[in-house]
Design a protein around this ligand. Structure first.
Ligand code: SAM
Length: 406
């Protein structure tokens, strides 16, 4: 059937209509007319895939990656970067209208559209190593989003796995530091493996369902961390700790955040391995970092500046007490995709913290949380950072100021 693409969804799919029903089509551009085959027909909408492009966008290009459309990792490789940024801007502006924010939103471009990722995770199943696309494993020999060091490590790990029959391996995580790559092998059950052919890398292993889970213990084969330089700080990043995936954009994001706070006492909530806490501490009198993941907390303690306190706790469990004990001038929030617990937002509102800088990689939960904060806070500025080129994910920062007593 023929569909004209009228809009773009926040998941990066084209949106059209056919017989009164909404049709979602991946890998198209707004304005294109396409002939599609329905893949999934639901009662209120359907998803479809392109058969033929009848009216083609001038922004189309040949996707550089041979797995585009197969591994489901990328959404925009069929368009040039200019157009990708325009579409992301449109998606963001549409989302922010839901909270009454109508100003233009700048999307800061990544210097690298490919080769920017300092971390990838590949699934291992029946001898294949690749990405999971809706339950089907797509074996890949190279991911164009990964940086060069990771690409080389993937080649070596593939060769290593080819020569062995590993029964219980479920995934391999690659993370690059300034000079080296850490490779974390995650198993279902214990297995004897001689990793020595890979000792030019930093190898660690774990047993569990998810590497980052609380119960998953990471044991060292030859190292469990890589070293990275961010601004003035040399930090180590562990197998379980969070680190922004695009180094260049992370730096620019941190600069933007720091410029939004004036000084005084700052809470850096969801603080990870502590780099942003320290960057804030260079400008402010006192910074309190709150992070619940133990490995990240320990790494943050290693690089802690003198005016920093790091708490290993859930933000929702400590923020109310923290803001009762002392005056907090600003809070930086950078939660995981789930957004903030309501207790966190309530504690901020009752403490009447003057400034909130909210960093988010998921604007569905960002918008949800902004709706709750809006009674007491005005949205002053929004900026997006293209942390994840080629994919529909966008890193967004919103600056909010307390409206004061009315
Ligand atoms: C998106 S990362 C942000 C890390 C840091 N701001 C950075 O730029 O590297 C979110 C962090 O929040 C932590 N986290 C998740 N839920 C939490 C909670 N309820 N309380 C405290 N930390 C939490 C995660 O372990 C992770 O390190």
């Amino acid at each position: 059937m023929e569909v004209k693409i009228e809009d773009i969804s926040y998941q990066g799919n084209g949106v059209g209509r056919c017989n009164g029903k909404v049709v979602f089509v991946p890998h198209v551009d707004v304005g294109e007319v396409v002939d599609v085959d329905v893949v999934d027909n639901k009662s209120s909408y359907c998803t479809a895939k392109v058969n033929t492009i009848l009216e083609k966008s001038a922004c189309r290009q040949t996707p550089p990656c041979k797995y585009f459309g197969l591994c489901r990792g990328c959404d925009f490789q069929h368009l040039n970067y200019e157009r990708e940024i325009q579409l992301k801007k449109k998606i963001l502006c549409d989302q922010f209208k839901k909270v009454g924010y109508k100003s233009d939103i700048e999307v800061v471009r990544s210097e690298k559209r490919f080769g920017y990722r300092n971390k990838i995770r590949l699934t291992f199943k029946k001898g294949s190593l690749g990405y999971n696309a809706e339950g089907k494993l797509v074996d890949i020999d190279e991911c164009l989003l990964a940086d060069e060091k990771i690409k080389a490590a993937v080649r070596d790990v593939r060769a290593f796995l080819k020569e062995r029959r590993l029964k219980n391996l479920q995934s391999v995580t690659f993370r690059s530091g300034d000079e080296s790559v850490m490779i974390a092998f995650l198993f279902d059950k214990t297995e004897e493996v001689d990793f020595s052919p890979l000792y030019k890398y930093k190898i660690c292993a774990a047993i569990g369902d998810v590497l980052e889970s609380e119960g998953t213990e990471v044991w060292q084969i030859n190292r469990t961390e890589v070293f990275k330089t961010v601004g003035d700080f040399n930090l180590s990043v562990g197998a379980k700790s969070f680190f922004q995936v695009n180094d260049e954009i992370a730096q620019r994001l941190y600069e933007f955040v720091v410029n939004k706070v004036r000084g005084g006492t700052i809470v850096n909530a969801y603080s990870g391995q502590g780099v942003l806490t320290n960057i804030l501490a260079q400008k402010c009198e006192r910074v309190i970092g709150v992070e619940c993941e133990e490995e990240s907390h320990k790494l943050a303690q290693k690089i802690r500046l003198g005016n920093v306190t790091n708490l290993c706790a859930k933000v929702e469990d400590v923020l109310e007490e923290l803001t009762t004990d002392e005056k907090v001038d600003a809070i930086v929030l950078d939660p995981a995709r789930e957004g903030c617990d309501k207790k966190v937002l309530d504690a901020i509102k009752s403490a009447k913290i003057e400034k909130i800088v909210y960093i988010s990689c998921n604007f569905a939960t960002l918008i949800r949380d902004l709706k709750l904060l809006q009674e007491d806070y005005a949205i002053d500025d929004v900026r997006a950072f293209d942390m994840f080129p080629n994919t529909a994910n966008i890193e967004t920062v919103a600056e909010l100021t307390y409206k004061g007593e009315e």
